[in-house]
Structures are given as C-alpha cells and as structure tokens.
Design a protein around this ligand. Structure first.
Ligand SMILES: CC(C)(COP(=O)(O)OP(=O)(O)OC[C@H]1O[C@@H](n2cnc3c(N)ncnc32)[C@H](O)[C@@H]1OP(=O)(O)O)[C@@H](O)C(=O)NCCC(=O)NCCS
Length: 185
C-alpha cells in the first residue's frame, strides 16, 4: 500500500539533493556524504541506542572505528553511494541523523546496502526515502541488484524492504535474512 509521506520535499537541482520539511517543522538536507561529516557521525553514534546499533551492525559495537569512519565519509566513486540526512548547515557543523550506504565489490554487478535512521527521526518514511534513493543511484550505475543482510528480528527493516520490492533469500544463518531487489535482468 502506498503511504502518504509525512514530510515535504524540495529538490535542490540533483537527484541526490533535497531539502525536507518534516511535519513538526524541522528541516533536513538529504545529500551525499561529505568528508567533513566524519566528526558529526562519530558524535551522533554516541546518541544511538544499543538496540539500533545491534540492528544496523548485526551485533553490538561500542564505537565506530577510525578506518571505518574514514571509508564511510570518502566513498569510492562508482563503487559506493552514501547518503545522509543532516541539518541544513555546512558539513562539519550539521548533525547527521541518518546514513544509507551501498558498497559494490570491484568487478561485481551487485551491491550491499545498509541503513540507519536514528530514533530521533524514525517512523516518518525517511528510511523508505533513503532506500529509494539508493535504488535509483544503483539503477543509474546500471547495477544488477542491491541486497542487504537484516537480522531476522528486525521487523521494521523487513517491512521497509518488502515495501520497496525486496524479496527474501534463503541463507545459511537462520538469524539473518538476506533481502534482494533485482534492478535489471
Ligand atoms: C529500519 C529503519 C531503517 C527504518 O527507518 P524509518 O525511517 O523508521 O522507516 P520508514 O518510516 O521509512 O518505514 C517504516 C515503515 O513505513 C513503511 N513505509 C514507509 N514509507 C512508505 C511508502 N511510501 N509506501 C509504503 N510503505 C512505506 C515501511 O514499510 C514500514 O512499515 P511500518 O510503519 O509498519 O514499520 C530504522 O528503524 C533503523 O535505522 N533501525 C535501526 C538500524 C537498522 O535496523 N538498520 C537496518 C540494517 S540493514
């Protein structure tokens, strides 16, 4: 069932840049990640609940490693797409409330996505918007499919994936569900 978005969208001249106005009046920018987002993302990780972290990283972690943060904020052109929802301030000053990413291994035509929308912003259709944008990014780059590994108890993510046409695949680990959306045959 198609739902009504709970925010207004204002395109900013590129398919990956939009200004959003939430129902409570808060404004956000949807934009590609920037190297200066590193410090705000390190900071906002501390504000996440342990359950959000477990669901995103598939196991509990205490902090984001410096190597990981550097790679996250310096996506390899053509192989990665990383989008954030951030305050409408210059990168570095803006708090980052959501990150969606896909990574394609060299030579592969399939990429793996992962997404987190912090509880400050969740439940407003923003995960749906971010994953839709990752799909359109993958389509533009002519990827064959996008997949993600989701904990079997992560019902919100499984509903979100199903709403965007992802289908479940049988896997070896019963605790993890792989969801895949084929983009072209
Ligand atoms: C899972 C997560 C990304 C969802 O983000 P979110 O912004 O709250 O999700 P949304 O509000 O866009 O979508 C959630 C719901 O709306 C539905 N939905 C949203 N927009 C929709 C639309 N336009 N049409 C149809 N369905 C829609 C989804 O299917 C889902 O259904 P539910 O309300 O019954 O749960 C977020 O909770 C999160 O970050 N969790 C912790 C980390 C995590 O689990 N990451 C996933 C690892 S891959």
């Amino acid at each position: 069932m198609k739902r009504r978005p709970t925010y207004q969208r204002f395109p900013l001249g590129s398919h990956l840049r939009e200004r959003l106005v939430l129902r409570d009046g808060r404004e956000l920018l949807l934009r590609p990640i920037h190297p200066d987002d590193e410090a705000p993302i390190r900071g906002s990780f501390a504000l996440l609940g342990s359950e959000e972290v477990r669901l995103r990283y598939l196991h509990p972690i205490k902090a984001l490693g410096e190597d990981y943060l550097h790679r996250l904020t310096h996506p390899r052109r053509g192989r990665e797409c990383v989008l954030v929802l951030a305050e409408p301030l210059p990168p570095g000053q803006a708090l980052v409330g959501a990150v969606a990413r896909y990574v394609r291994e060299q030579g592969a035509t399939d990429a793996e996505f992962a997404i987190i929308v912090s509880h400050f912003l969740a439940g407003q259709g923003l995960g749906y918007l971010l994953l839709s944008r990752l799909l359109s990014c993958a389509r533009r780059r002519r990827l064959h499919s996008l997949h993600g590994d989701v904990l079997a108890d992560n019902h919100a993510m499984l509903r979100l994936a199903a709403a965007l046409g992802f289908v479940r695949e049988a896997g070896e680990d019963p605790g993890i569900v792989r969801v895949r959306r084929v983009l072209r045959s």
